[in-house]
Design a binder for this molecule. Structure first.
Ligand code: PRP
Length: 206
């Protein structure tokens, strides 16, 4: 088997992804609690690397990893050039606009302030709308922004809804379904097609 390098996003998606690879004996004994970031299965000639979610795309785009598992949210935000080859059906959540109950997301002749970790995505969805916006880029704990008066609303992923609820916020509009996607480097997809196809079949047959 040719060498294949797979990038996984540390956290929720890596757990689910690893479970799948383990089920088909492509990987074993990966201790996610350890600080080790690279694991190689010499028998199968597969290397797994663990990186931040947005860096999965970077590693795959640059060809250092052949394939990767990443959330659709990260793909929608990034302007990278990778193939999205499969919806893996786990890590399901939604992109939503959220704010205080009964709050309007339209402010005629006024600027709507939106806090988010996904500025490119927010610009893309508001491009079609007749609403002036100011996007405030945050790196986490986005739900705090309306509470502290930093923004009117947020655009973020909602999974269980418990973070919104705990902060007295509600979904004002659902935008897009999100789930984990298998992505591939464009050159790898061409030159390691057989191998990547095998992985697709394995993951699709779960
Ligand atoms: C994500 C997201 C929401 C939360 C949604 O944040 O940005 O805050 O999860 O999940 P829920 O609907 O199940 O509550 P994450 O946990 O990645 O932390 P962060 O705020 O530090 O980015």
């Amino acid at each position: 088997m040719d060498k294949l390098t797979i990038a996984l996003a540390k956290g929720r998606l890596a757990d689910e992804g690893l479970k799948l690879f383990e089920k088909y004996d492509l990987v074993s004994n990966i201790d996610q609690e350890s600080r080790k970031l690279k694991f190689t299965n010499n028998e199968k000639n597969i290397t797994f690397i663990f990186v931040k979610p947005s860096d999965v795309i970077t590693y795959v785009e640059k060809g250092v990893a052949d394939i990767g598992i990443v959330g659709k949210d990260i793909l929608l935000e990034s302007e990278s050039d990778v193939y999205e080859i499969m919806d893996l059906g786990f890590g399901k959540c939604k992109f939503s606009i959220a704010g205080f109950k009964e709050q309007s997301i339209f402010k005629k002749n006024e600027v709507l302030k939106i806090a988010t970790k996904y500025p490119n995505y927010v610009y893309s969805i508001f491009k079609e709308r007749d609403q002036k916006i100011e996007v405030i880029k945050l790196n986490g704990s986005v739900e705090l922004a309306p509470i502290m008066g930093l923004a009117d609303v947020i655009v973020d992923i909602v999974q269980t809804g418990s973070t919104l609820k705990a902060n007295d916020l509600v979904v004002l509009e659902d935008l897009e379904d999100i789930s984990a996607r298998l992505i591939a480097n464009k050159v790898s997809y061409r030159f390691k097609f057989g191998l990547i196809e095998q992985i697709e079949e394995i993951l699709g047959g779960k």
